[in-house]
Design a protein around this ligand. Structure first.
Ligand SMILES: Cc1cc2nc3c(=O)[nH]c(=O)nc-3n(C[C@H](O)[C@H](O)[C@H](O)COP(=O)(O)OP(=O)(O)OC[C@H]3O[C@@H](n4cnc5c(N)ncnc54)[C@H](O)[C@@H]3O)c2cc1C
Length: 377
């Protein structure tokens, strides 16, 4: 079987690895536009629960990746200078580039042919492929070229965000809310290596306008954000890597394949970064497609239908949670002004509807104890 994968992000790399690992006689080829050692952004996080999927399905890869991760047991929320630890919310982080490099090595260890620095802009060269996997990310040209067949819907979320890094080291995944005369900001920040942290700054539409970000260059934007988060950066600078304001797209597809082309990862769906799940979803898609291909060997149409059938329900739950989370951030100005720190943090933790107060009591008993003390005082 000839498989061509377009896009060397987590979805494409992991799917290629799984297919070639179990089918050494297949011809699996992956094409990536970037050089091997380049990507955008900084680190990514996985929740403890998010990594369990990998452990359950592929213990070897889990053990291979874990030593490269920075892990911590709590989440921290900062509002009105109150630093609130939320126990029971473990996360692990890794540099995006390091993660991709590890997956590339994994692919090469089983014989996947990786080709870098080639931008694919037509599928004509792959007419002899049995399966074409569109793992070319959120701006997938393959999906856009077949938007009608896939039934793509896309809507832009309101809050702009910019993905920086910094040399300031943080204890754990933190959400720091700050306000100035222009409006409100939140930084999603965490250490992903001993020397570097991710620092994503998000704001709302009004603040973006009041601050005049539209007219600022990269250095001015960094200087502005450094001033807003001065208490948290402790003198460290923000670092750019193609760091510009973006608006997160909420995108999905009615059909996941057309003919012998199938969508995977961000090319198929988006889930707002505030729930830290995009990479995990991309890898879960890869596992689902791999399993469906194994179940329906020799029957591509059956395999692609099975992929959708097994993956859609689980995906929907996470995507719905991500939409609820993104909308919570769009209301953050009102919430920051009206809620006191502990109530604000409780509201945050229950924002997606997936965690009730009872569940929060179970997973974060120390936080809930402090929450109750504050309510009573
Ligand atoms: C600000 C921000 C923070 C995030 N934080 C997290 C986080 O903490 N945790 C998490 O799990 N997820 C996070 N994500 C989401 C995560 O980065 C993505 O969901 C994940 O990378 C999706 O993997 P993918 O392989 O589907 O797509 P991508 O990683 O986008 O990979 C697609 C690849 O295709 C290549 N490509 C595109 N077009 C072509 C072409 N025409 N020819 C050849 N190659 C092409 C691209 O260069 C790219 O390498 C974040 C996203 C954002 C925006």
């Amino acid at each position: 079987m000839k498989i061509v994968v377009i896009g060397g992000g987590p979805a494409g790399l992991y799917f290629s690895y799984l297919m070639k690992r179990d089918n050494p006689n297949y011809d699996v080829r992956l094409i990536e536009q970037n050089p091997r050692d380049a990507t955008w952004g900084f680190g990514v996080v996985f929740s403890d629960r998010a990594l369990e999927f990998l452990r359950a399905d592929d213990e070897d890869t889990y053990q291979y990746l874990m030593p490269h991760m920075e892990a911590w047991p709590d989440l921290k929320i900062v509002h009105k200078d109150e630093h609130m630890a939320i126990d029971g919310n473990g996360f692990a982080a890794i540099g995006r580039l390091e993660f991709l490099n590890l997956l590339q090595a994994r692919c090469e260890s089983v014989g996947v042919a990786l080709e870098f620095e080639r931008v694919v802009d037509s599928l004509d060269d792959f007419a002899d492929a049995d399966l074409i996997v569109a793992a070319d990310g959120v701006n997938s040209f393959i999906r856009r070229a077949n938007a009608e067949a896939f039934g793509t819907s896309e809507e832009q979320l309101q809050n702009p965000f910019v993905w920086f890094g910094t040399t300031q080291s943080f204890d754990c995944l933190s959400l720091t809310f700050r306000e100035n005369t222009d409006g409100v900001f939140v930084a999603h920040h965490y250490r992903y290596s001993p020397t570097m942290s991710t620092f994503i700054v998000e704001t709302d539409a009004d603040t973006f306008r009041n601050a005049g970000f539209e007219a600022m260059n990269d250095a001015e934007t960094r200087a502005y954000c450094e001033a807003v988060f001065a208490p948290d950066l402790n003198g460290h600078k923000l670092v750019s890597n193609k760091s510009e304001w973006r608006w997160f797209p909420q995108m999905g597809n009615k059909h996941w394949s057309t003919g012998n082309i199938v969508l995977l990862g961000d090319a198929l769906h988006t889930a707002h970064f505030s729930i830290g799940s995009g990479t995990r979803l991309a890898m879960e898609d890869a596992i689902a497609l791999f399993k469906a291909m194994a179940e329906h060997e020799g029957d591509l149409a059956g395999a692609l239908a099975r992929y959708e059938e097994i993956r859609r329900p689980a995906l929907k739950k996470i995507v719905d949670a991500a939409v609820a989370s993104a909308h919570w951030y769009e209301q953050m100005a009102e919430l920051m002004r009206t809620l006191e720190p502990y109530e604000f943090a409780r509201n945050y933790m229950t924002r997606t509807g997936r965690v009730s107060d009872e569940r929060l009591q179970k997973i974060a008993p120390k936080f809930m104890e402090r929450y109750k003390q504050h309510q009573a005082s």
